[in-house]
Design a protein around this ligand. Structure first.
Ligand SMILES: NC(=O)c1ccc[n+]([C@@H]2O[C@H](COP(=O)([O-])OP(=O)(O)OC[C@H]3O[C@@H](n4cnc5c(N)ncnc54)[C@H](OP(=O)(O)O)[C@@H]3O)[C@@H](O)[C@H]2O)c1
Length: 277
């Protein structure tokens, strides 16, 4: 299996990235630089994580070539007005101290605010200016994405959504695939839950001589999804990357998928109503 996904705009992303929420300051920068040295090539940041400066420092101090790394950030809800989008992205680029970012996502659609189409138009301009290489969305429902495509003719390259065995997002994944959009998974290993102690997952881990986290991340890969697990621990980060030399069979995939529930969201944030600024 190739270790890269190809996006609909011709760019590529590694099949696993590093979540960076709560990795900030000098310690966060050291952690992320270490992750790059361990083999991570995608760092998932956001304006609202307040760590774009640490991300940039990690890239510069890692010794890994800039072209081999993918840096993602996200536009917060308070800056959806078109006039604000460009300066927000410029500030993201400046905070990193890099010349461009690889991926920029609209963090949440905020449908009650109703400005995500304006935000998308601004993102298209930022890509045309070369500030970002790829543009996408996060937490977007099918109707939000179809509106963007209908009004601008530009399809997002990525939709990053909450996705783990408790909430496997079969319909949203199928929709994304039908539009040629890669699905990224946030909270892939179910932070703050007992997901990694689920008997079904522990049993498969024992059968295959792997850890529960590896089983869950491998499940994402076999669904064609790009997970971005966060860890501040080198041993866990290494573990989370070592998922390319084994496979889950159909029964194992189904046993993991069977954990999904309609109310399986961990953060109780339904994009149809959730507003985040
Ligand atoms: N787009 C959005 O709206 C959105 C929302 C939420 C998150 N995100 C992104 O998604 C990323 C990942 O989500 P997340 O941080 O919420 O949750 P997660 O990656 O599912 O879980 C992270 C937690 O799991 C622990 N962990 C990591 N590897 C482990 C392993 N192998 N075994 C046992 N425990 C392990 C980490 O602790 P240690 O650090 O101590 O190892 C941390 O507490 C975020 O960092 C952020 O980049 C995006």
């Amino acid at each position: 299996m190739s270790e890269h996904y190809e996006l609909n705009d011709g760019t590529t992303l590694p099949k696993v990235g590093l979540g960076t929420y709560s990795l900030w300051g000098f310690e966060g920068a050291e952690n992320m630089a270490a992750a790059l040295q361990e083999g991570y090539r995608l760092l998932d940041s956001a304006v609202n994580y307040e760590n774009e400066g640490a991300v940039g420092r990690a890239v510069r101090s890692s010794g890994v070539a800039r072209d081999d790394i993918r840096i993602a950030s996200k536009l917060p809800g308070r800056h959806h007005k078109k006039a604000n989008v460009m300066r927000t992205i410029e500030e993201s680029v400046l905070r990193t101290g890099l010349d461009y970012l690889d991926l920029y996502l609209i963090h949440w659609p905020n449908p009650n605010q109703g400005l995500y189409l304006e935000a998308w138009e601004g993102m298209i301009e930022a890509r045309e200016r070369g500030l970002v290489r790829s543009i996408g969305v996060s937490n977007f429902l099918p109707e939000h994405i179809d509106l963007l495509i209908a009004k601008t003719g530009v399809t997002p390259s990525i939709n990053q959504v909450e996705l783990h065995p408790y909430f496997s997002q079969a319909d949203q994944r199928a929709f994304n695939e039908s539009r040629g959009i890669l699905t990224q998974a946030w909270t892939p290993i179910g932070k703050r839950t007992h997901l990694l102690e689920e008997p079904a997952i522990v049993a498969i881990a024992r059968q295959l001589g792997r850890t529960p986290a590896q089983i869950v991340l491998r499940w994402h890969l076999q669904l064609g999804v790009l997970p971005i697990p966060k860890s501040a621990m080198p041993s866990r980060r290494t573990e989370n990357l070592a998922i390319f030399d084994f496979e889950l069979d159909e029964a194992q995939m189904q046993a993991i998928g069977a954990l999904t529930r309609t109310d399986g969201r961990i953060f109780d944030a339904d994009p149809a109503t959730h507003e985040e600024f």
